[in-house]
Design a protein around this ligand. Structure first.
Ligand code: ZN
Length: 182
């Protein structure tokens, strides 16, 4: 994905660290493209993150980390679309109870045009939504994603999350999503 989400996350992380504050970087373990605990961006920034499973209670986990290190001033979550509804709620309660920002970076919709479960609940619960804009090949804002297999064909159905394959995901505008034009 070319929306620059990981780049933004790593930039925020850098800003906190530069000011002497610690951060907690999290990534759902379903995403193992770069190794379970590494967040990387196309422009070369990278940082270690804690990978967690769908069963992890993020509220309890973060609470423990904050107890261990009171200098953690921000929680940063990569690939936020892949967490569970319950985990989205847990993150909201973290900001309420521990007075700490949780910055979650993720996608709105999958390659079938359906919202991710987590993204629905982020929309419902987030204090603030910030759109990271990327553009389609036509110059319009890209709000959708096409899945393309290794033969360059557009894939319209299957699992929501394909792991370990050679698919790529191309951000496109809604019109070119409908038309299937790369
Ligand atoms: Zn377009």
């Amino acid at each position: 994905m070319n929306a620059g989400k990981s780049t933004s996350l790593l930039q925020s992380n850098y800003n906190y660290n530069e000011r002497g504050m610690n951060t907690l970087l999290l990534a759902p373990s379903v995403d193992t493209r770069y190794g379970a605990k590494k967040i990387t961006s196309r422009i070369g920034l990278q940082a270690d993150a804690t990978a967690f499973s769908p069963d992890e209670d993020l509220y309890q986990f973060i609470k423990q980390e904050l107890d261990k290190n009171s200098n953690i001033k921000c929680i940063l979550l990569d690939e936020a679309q892949f967490i569970t509804k319950k985990q989205v709620q847990q993150l909201a309660y973290v900001t309420d109870d521990f007075n700490i920002p949780v910055l979650a970076y993720g996608l709105r919709t999958d390659y079938m045009g359906e919202p991710f479960e987590a993204s629905k609940y982020f929309l419902a619960l987030a204090d603030q939504l910030i759109e990271l804009k990327t553009i389609c090949h036509c110059g319009r804002k890209a709000t959708m994603v096409l899945r393309v297999n290794d033969q360059g064909e557009i894939v319209r159905k299957g699992e929501q999350v394909a792991m370990g394959g050679n698919e790529s995901y191309i951000p496109v505008c809604r019109k070119h999503f409908r038309e299937g034009k790369l």
